[in-house]
Design a protein around this ligand. Structure first.
Ligand SMILES: *Cc1c(COP(=O)(O)O)cnc(C)c1O
Length: 449
């Protein structure tokens, strides 16, 4: 049962190569998996049980010495790469200075600086304020708290295929039952779901038409004057990397503004350069009232934030927002390192290059492999929806087969989507082109089998 603990250097010093020295998962990973099965609750899953010992650039190295191409980034988190030098340096300095005082007890500069950076980077040049939390779900919960206090209203409007987290309120806001909600109710009340724009599946509605359909439902079934906030992901993440048709998001934002409703962009997955801009809202010129951020923010350390209009953020009474660990100093140091890296390397531009590369390769593949119903996404947030050829009937078994084939060949892929039939690609933004091409070669080979 012993597994050696050799010190390993991760980060950009790792050879940027796909290297298989055992089957996947190998013997050491299988050993660890046995220990895990005995000790870790069964409800916590893992996409691929290879046990990681180092990661950096575009690769993840496992306990057997296999080097896998990383198309997951820990679910869009390590956009700057694992163990990114600026993150490591700042975290190391901070962890040696102090690790926690609780910002609500005795504050520190790093928290303030992260808020200043988020204020600068989020869309719009109006007066803004920010607050920091631990997880994406917590950020969404706090955005709702702010919106409710600011408006004095209760109702929360969300869309089909939405994912907002696993806490009680955010489960209610999340669309998909399995695995996120099954058996976990009763859920929070006053959450209303309206149709999204899903161009592949809604018969070619324009963004304006899809928005009109959603707005009509709010008007007739909820009543605009009861709505505190509309919460929407500018590119839907877990729901299937759905990019709403142009005009959908601006129309919802305009409706919100006209009716005193807080428009919240959940940019937890789509933000921080992932889609080729600092925030995905920018692609349509949308200026949200509040933005939630988390995944890409701190290079892998747990940190989340809500940033938005100062008068909304400040409507909450002193002490109404916070938490023991929210804006932990080590996580803030990591965020400052990650943001500096995004600026220095212009990772938004890099995400656009990744988009060009992946779209090119995937469209080529789609021409030869009719199970690919659509190639979509923005920046380095790209997916293929797998269907029965010539139809829109989801084929989750085929998606699972493709993903498993990639795993066996040393490419770490993820699936997503309400129907489980979407294969998504979320490489670290620092992954070199040659690894992305190699991953696409592997996918093409797996598809041809
Ligand atoms: C992941 C995610 C969340 C939840 O974040 P956690 O850190 O897992 O709580 C919320 N919204 C979106 C859009 C996400 O992708």
């Amino acid at each position: 049962m012993s597994v050696t603990h050799e010190p390993r250097t991760g980060g950009p010093t790792l050879p940027q190569e796909r290297r298989l020295v055992t089957e996947i998962p190998g013997p050491r990973s299988r050993e660890l998996q046995q220990r895990r099965t005995a000790a870790v609750a069964a409800g916590v899953g893992s996409v691929l049980p290879v046990y990681v010992t180092a990661a950096g650039g575009g690769v993840v190295v496992d306990a057997d010495g296999n080097s896998l191409i990383d198309l997951a980034s820990g679910i869009a988190v390590t956009s700057v790469g694992n163990a990114a030098p600026e993150v490591v340096a700042r975290v190391t300095e901070q962890v040696a200075a102090f690790t926690h005082t609780c910002f609500m007890v005795a504050p520190y500069e790093g928290y303030v600086e992260v808020c200043e950076q988020l204020i600068e980077l989020t869309p719009g040049d109006h007066a803004k304020k920010a607050a920091l939390f631990n997880s994406g779900a917590e950020a969404v919960e706090n955005a709702v708290k702010v919106a409710r206090v600011h408006t004095g209203r209760d109702a929360v409007v969300v869309v089909d295929h939405a994912y907002h987290g696993r806490t009680n309120l955010t489960m209610a806001m999340t669309a998909k039952n399995m695995p996120y909600k099954q058996g976990f109710g009763p859920f929070a009340g006053e959450v209303y779901r309206v149709p999204v724009s899903y161009p592949f599946r809604d018969g070619g509605l324009t963004g304006a038409e899809a928005a009109a359909r959603a707005i009509d439902l709010v008007d007739k079934q909820v009543g605009a004057t009861n709505v505190a906030c509309i919460v929407v992901e500018p590119v839907l993440g877990e729901g299937g990397f759905i990019v709403p048709a142009p005009g959908y998001l601006p129309a919802l934002a305009e409706y919100a503004a006209a009716n005193g409703i807080v428009f919240v962009a959940d940019e937890i997955q789509s933000g921080m350069c992932r889609t080729g801009a600092w925030f995905a809202s920018e692609h349509e010129g949308v200026v949200p009232d509040l933005v939630t951020v988390a995944k890409g923010l701190a290079g892998g350390l747990p940190l989340a934030g809500v940033v938005g209009r100062a008068e909304m953020m400040d409507s909450v009474h002193p002490g109404g927002l916070g938490g023991t660990y929210g804006g932990n100093p080590v996580a803030c140091a990591a965020a400052l390192g990650a943001i500096a890296t995004m600026r220095d390397l212009d990772l938004a531009a890099r995400a656009r290059e990744v988009e060009t590369l992946l779209f090119g390769r995937l469209r080529e593949l789609a021409a030869a492999f009719p199970a690919i119903g659509e190639v979509r996404g923005r920046g380095a947030m790209v997916a293929i929806e797998i269907v029965e050829p010539g139809t829109t009937v989801p084929d989750p078994a085929m998606a699972a087969r493709l993903s498993a084939g990639c795993h066996q060949a040393g490419v770490l892929t993820l699936t997503c989507g309400t129907y489980g039939n979407v294969l998504r690609f979320l490489p670290p933004l620092v992954a070199p082109d040659h690894l992305l091409h190699e991953a696409m070669d592997v996918l093409a080979e797996v598809a041809s089998i």
